[in-house]
Design a protein around this ligand. Structure first.
Ligand code: ZN
Length: 320
């Protein structure tokens, strides 16, 4: 008699991902640090609540970023001879073209950060492709740049996003959070079949510390820059000891404020004290990582156990 053996519990559920390891750095380098600035401006707030377009005060809070924060940050970076990466939504480029050109002329790297800081949760592949393409066009038209790198709005990648990026010739992304170290991310169904991932973490984002926009978006707190500096310095020192890549994400409308910019300056001073710390752009870290011929790793989507019928199933797209 043929009996079908039930599959053992847990079959097919194990993650196929391999743990990320430290990479070898160029001679004399022990670890890397990247300063990144996401120039979200009004788009991040308008996406959260389009009716805020008629609210002059929140709009002015957001325009502080490109108008006051970016020039202050550019001066700070120049004083310290640091080159940074600016992630710019296409809409911010259309709205503040002179600011974006000033960033490019100062020699900083410009990377893609959506068109309208869209909410990409559940966004279908076709719409996301159109969003990426319009963002590319905006950065090209305004500043003549063709970015090599991408960061998803609110760091919200879909599992189909890496393929869309690889198909458009992007070389790297900085939106995922499963490693302290840069790595090569395998991309299914696209040539060249991989992207470099330079991971981020919410602990290194000024949004969590300072984003107070009552009734709109943000953490709802205004932390002391001294506390933010303490957290980021602890992480910087620990990541330096690990030989990792420290990626700080700041928003000019938040970290461009006077005492916060001064805290950022203290952090840069600390970076310069650390032995063999490569203070550079995300693109440079990605280029170096790509040169190492690492085996691509995956960030596989979780599978829902068939036997656990009480576990909620994800919604299926309409029409399927
Ligand atoms: Zn953003």
């Amino acid at each position: 008699m043929n009996r079908i053996e039930p599959s053992p519990p847990g079959a097919g559920l194990a993650s196929s991902s391999v743990p990320p390891g430290p990479i070898s750095w160029p001679p004399g380098v022990r670890a890397a640090a990247c300063l990144t600035f996401d120039m979200d401006a009004e788009a991040a707030v308008l996406t959260a609540d389009i009716s805020s377009i008629s609210r002059m005060s929140p709009m002015s809070h957001q325009s502080y970023g490109p108008l006051v924060g970016v020039p202050r940050i550019l001066a700070l970076l120049k004083r310290h001879g640091v080159t940074a990466t600016f992630f710019i939504p296409g809409y911010s480029a259309h709205r503040y073209p002179d600011v974006v050109r000033a960033v490019a002329e100062a020699g900083h790297e410009i990377a893609h950060h959506s068109y309208f800081h869209e909410n990409t949760i559940g966004m279908d592949e076709k719409t996301e492709a159109a969003m990426i393409d319009l963002g590319l066009r905006a950065l090209h038209d305004v500043a003549g740049v063709r970015p090599q790198g991408y960061r998803a709005p609110m760091w919200e990648m879909n599992f189909h996003t890496p393929k869309l990026l690889a198909e458009r010739g992007f070389r790297w992304d900085s939106s995922l959070m499963d490693s302290d170290h840069p790595y090569v991310l395998a991309v299914d169904g696209a040539a060249p079949g991989s992207l470099v991932e330079v991971p981020v973490s919410w602990g290194l984002d000024d949004w969590e510390q300072y984003a107070f926009l009552p009734g709109l978006i943000g953490s709802g707190v205004i932390e002391s820059p001294a506390k933010a500096l303490e957290m980021w310095t602890l992480e910087l020192d620990a990541m330096h000891r690990l030989g990792a890549a420290f990626v700080l994400c700041c928003h000019p409308f938040l970290s461009g404020r006077p005492s916060r910019a001064e805290a950022l300056e203290r952090l840069i001073e600390r970076m310069k004290e650390l032995d063999g710390l490569w203070i550079t752009t995300v693109g440079e870290v990605a280029r170096h990582t790509a040169s190492l011929n690492l085996v691509p790793r995956t960030c596989p989507q979780p599978v829902i156990p068939a036997d656990a019928y009480w576990v909620a199933r994800p919604p299926t797209p309409e029409g399927t």
